[in-house]
Structure formats: C-alpha cells, structure tokens
Design a protein around this ligand. Structure first.
Ligand code: F6P
Length: 550
C-alpha cells in the first residue's frame, strides 16, 4: 500500500464513503432546504452550485484534511513563486506569470521574469494592431483577410477553443483558422479556399520540431511560394511562435517575426503566452488583456482563498472523491453554450496529459486511480446522443454543466430553452424518478399488470448522478480566462493529492519515436526497404504495413 492510501485522511474518506454511499441526493435535499446555498461557491465571476454532489459537510471536511495532508497549499505556493515543480524536466511551471500584473516583479533564479513577458506582449499587441488595421500587409501590399494557425496540442487546442468562445469579439475582416492534423485533409481544403496574397500563417510550436506542425508549415510555404511565384514572400506571410529561435531562423523567419517565450510555459498551459497570438489577432489586444485579467482574478482567488472557499480546490477535490472513492472512470464536461464546443477537447489535453500518469513523484507505481477520462460535447446535442447512459447506464459519471446567463445573440426564446434543458438535465440526473412514481404515471394512463411492471422498470431513473452547475454571467474574455484558469488549478490540486508531476508528458514520446521509424517503410516508390528485413518489427505492424503498401 502506498503512503497515500495508508494515510489517515484517505482511510477516513474510505470509511465515510461507505457510510454515504447508500444515501440519495433526494434525502439530502429534503432534509436541508438551504443545501443549494450551503454548497455554492463563487469566484472571479463564476458561480458553482456543488449541491448536487454526494457529499455532506463531513465529506468536505475530510477532503480538506486530505488536501492539507498532501500539501496542496504548499504545491500551489511553490508553483506560483516559480520553484522547479516540474522535477523530471527540472523547471518551473509559470503560466500564472503570463497573466500576473506586470508591475509586480517575480524573481526566479535571480531573474525578474516579468520584463520579458511584458516586452513580448507589447510586440504581440503592436503586431496584431498592425495586421488588424491593414497597416501590415502581405507581399503584394494586399491587406490580410485570413490567418492560419499551424500548431497541434497545446499550440492549437487552447487558442482555438478561446477564439471560438470569443467569436463575437472577432472582426469579420480577419478570419482565423486552426490547422493541426498532419492528415492533409485538414490543410488542403482550407488552402484551396484561401487567397495566398491575403493569408498570414502563424507557425505555432513551442519546440518547432513537432512533425505535424513542421509538415503543415512546409506544405503551406510551398503553396504560398507557388501561388505568389516569389520565395521572398515567405518573410511577409509567415510568423513563428516558439522557444526554439534557431529552428525558426532555419525555417526562414526573421527574428522580428518570431514571438518567443520561456520553456517554463508548458504546451497545454500556453494559451496566455505568444501561443495566443492567433487568438489575439482574432479578438484584438484589448480583449486579450481582459482574458489575462480574468485568469489573474482566478489565480488571486486560488492563491488566497481558504481551502474551504476555494473554487478550484473544491473542483479538484470532488474529482478525487469520485475517482478514488466511488470508482468513477470518466468525467463529463457539458457546456450549454455552442461557443464552448471545444472546451472538452482543451480539457482533455489539460487534464489527461497532465494527470494521466501511473508513477508518483518518486518514480513509484501508484496503487490508486489518477486522472479519469475527460470527455463531453455541448448541450443540447449530447442529450440526443449519450445522455441515455448518464441517466440509466451502470456507471457513476460526475459531470460539469456550464451555462451562461446572458447570450450574445437576440434570440431569447432559444436561450430560454437552452437554460431550461440544462437545468432539467441536472435535476433529472440528481433526483431521477422512482419506481413508485413511474408506476403511478403508468397506472394513471390505464396501463396495468405485467406491461405496467415492464414499463415501470424501464421508466425508472435511479438518479444520484452527481453534477456541478457552473454559471457565467456572460461569455466574455474575462469569464473565459477565469474558467480556463480554474481548470488549470484543478489539475494542480489533483496532482498534489495523487503525488504526481502534472507538468511533464513522457507518455507521448514513444509513439512519436516509433512513427519516425515506421515512416521509412512507408516511403513511396520502389526504393523503400522490404519489411521482411526490418529488425524488431512485430508481426502485426509488419502485416499492416504490407497491406497499406500493396
Ligand atoms: O506531443 C505532446 C506535445 O508535446 C504537447 O504537450 C504539446 O502541446 C504539443 O505536443 C505540441 O508541441 P509543440 O508546441 O512543441 O509543437
């Protein structure tokens, strides 16, 4: 047994879960009319109703004791002040510095990290203003109408999600596209619809070695040079976002067109850095500043609020409660706002790449569950697809429902229905429908006997499915910033409980190495080697390669 599962806080939670497991949310709500108020927290413009969770006051007390035992506050403080919390890569994880008030110095290893952050932000602002105003043009002097962000993972998901969430802040005069997949079915049709003379490419890659991004960048460069008939046009149409200045120079991008950042910004935490350049091009520097300010408000709350009133802490601890004490394997993210359509994708990388680990900080195998599978899609679409399983399946699946009070559109009838659906789902999941209620309804419709029993069994909803309802007043830059920062801190809280490093991602390396090796066997033309001579190629992969080559 690990020290964690042996620990008093863990054992106490296990015992309490056994006592609570037989209780139903129906009973708790009936017994406590103030439950909704008691279990609601607010911070940085986000209100979260946690009352539909299978917790009582004691469960929360025990979860807070676990957080103290696992030094959540210590890990938080060490991360925020720039200690090397990413031990395997011996570096800090300082994404919070990117949204810190510029006037507050932050010294890391003797250096104030704030001036270079302010400097690159100022360059981003100047660049975006020049592109958006038409002052900065393409090679032919034509104004840019389209931006194509070439990046993958953290260099795509976060920026793309925020750009879509904040589409009302965009300008119709500048469309921003995101291309990530090495499958040219992503890039080719997009290029086919664009005019090279008015297209700006942002090559976004922290390392500038990621094969998908570099392949897309090379094809985009060929397309541009071919279309404009001028190799020198690359300078006007390509900018880069990277920590690897040597590689950006080798690609042909002048240092003036490179927006750099430091290696202590992790890919999935990087949308606040120059990785957000395409987002800033889309929504403008002012809205980007408001995005940073929203995240900063959440950071300040996370840093200062006591554990008991701390929103990201509560979100993280409830995830632990279900993953470790109820055996939940997955967690659903269900935004009732079409513009948050890509939030589940971003959170998949943020949470699963961070906490999808099975060795602890000391390299020992863990004997407890870590990150659950994060998944989801926007309401109301999901209701007509997978909600059946949430309501009547065999698994406990905690979920996050997100709603926005004021829409950006004028179709109030749509919004009323959207909100009604969101609330109805959380209500149905929590309270369900008893067999007695189902029987009474069927009997009132004149159904009886064996048919009544059959239908009653099918029309009973067990309920007791936990959910949080997050309410945002508006989907604006500040609230989106606060929301994403809240989930980032959730990851830190859970990593502290699970005693794992959330800032590395060794699990993605093996596949990358193998793909490079296998590429040789898939070269077109007669010169490619015979797979029979391939050392160490397993029989399944060999057969698949032969099939694909034939
Ligand atoms: O393969 C995983 C990963 O390293 C992510 O962590 C990262 O966000 C993504 O690849 C892209 O990396 P880069 O920005 O260096 O191209």
């Amino acid at each position: 047994m690990s020290a964690l599962t042996r620990s008093p806080a863990w054992q106490a939670l296990q015992a309490h879960q056994h006592a609570l497991a037989r209780h139903h949310l129906r009973e708790w709500f009936a017994a406590d009319p103030a439950r909704a108020q008691r279990f609601t927290l607010s911070a940085a413009g986000i209100t979260a109703d946690f009352s539909k969770h299978r917790t009582d006051g004691r469960a929360l007390d025990l979860l807070h004791a676990l957080a103290r035992q696992q030094d959540v506050e210590g890990w938080r403080d060490r991360m925020l002040r720039g200690d090397a919390v990413n031990a395997t890569e011996t570096r800090a994880a300082l994404h919070t510095a990117l949204r810190r008030a510029p006037s507050t110095p932050l010294r890391v290893a003797g250096e104030d990290v704030m001036p270079p952050i302010a400097e690159v932000l100022a360059r981003m602002r100047a660049f975006c203003t020049a592109v958006r105003s038409g002052e900065r043009t393409g090679h032919t002097g034509a104004r840019f109408t389209d931006v194509v962000n070439l990046g993958i993972g953290g260099s795509d998901l976060g920026p793309a999600m925020v750009t879509e969430a904040l589409a009302p802040y965009g300008s119709p005069a500048l469309r921003v596209h995101y291309v990530s997949n090495v499958d040219a079915a992503d890039l080719a049709p997009r290029l086919a619809r664009l005019d090279a003379s008015t297209t700006l490419f942002v090559i976004c890659s922290k390392t500038f070695t990621t094969i998908e991004t570099m392949t897309n960048a090379a094809s985009a460069r060929d397309w541009l040079v071919g279309a404009l008939g001028a190799p020198e046009a690359v300078g006007a149409h390509f900018v880069a976002v990277s920590t690897n200045l040597e590689a950006t120079r080798a690609f042909g991008i002048a240092p003036d067109n490179v927006f750099g950042f430091r290696d202590w910004v992790g890919g999935r935490y990087s949308l606040w850095s120059p990785v957000g350049l395409s987002t800033m091009l889309a929504i403008g520097p002012e809205a980007f500043d408001a995005l940073l300010a929203g995240a900063r408000a959440m950071d300040e709350h996370f840093a200062r609020a006591p554990l008991e009133a701390n929103l990201p802490v509560r979100v993280g601890l409830l995830g632990v409660w279900y993953a470790n004490f109820f055996g939940a394997h997955t967690h659903a993210v269900l935004p009732y706002d079409q513009r948050l359509r890509r939030l589940p994708d971003h959170l998949q990388q943020l949470e699963m790449e961070s906490n999808g680990k099975s060795v602890d900080r000391d390299g020992r195998r863990v004997d407890y569950a870590t990150c659950p599978v994060i998944w989801g899609s926007p309401g109301t679409n999901g209701q007509h697809a997978f909600y059946q399983l949430l309501h009547q399946g065999t698994q406990l699946i905690p979920s996050d429902f997100l709603i926005v009070r004021e829409p950006h559109h004028a179709l109030v009838q749509h919004h009323r229905l959207l909100i009604a659906n969101c609330l109805a789902q959380t209500e149905a999941l929590a309270f369900g429908k008893t067999a007695a209620q189902a029987r009474a309804e069927l009997s009132a419709r004149g159904i009886d006997g064996a048919r009544l029993e059959l239908l009653a069994a099918n029309q009973t909803f067990p309920g007791n499915q936990p959910s949080t309802t997050f309410v945002l007043d508006r989907l604006d830059p500040a609230s989106v910033g606060a929301l994403v920062a809240m989930y980032e801190h959730k990851v830190l809280v859970q990593s502290a409980i699970w005693n794992i490093n959330p800032f590395d991602q060794w699990g993605v390396e093996l596949g990358k190495t193998l793909a490079m090796r296998l590429g040789v066997w898939l070269e077109p033309g007669a010169a490619r080697p015979d797979t029979a001579t391939a050392p160490g190629l397993d029989a399944s992969t060999r057969a698949l390669i032969d099939r694909l080559r034939s």
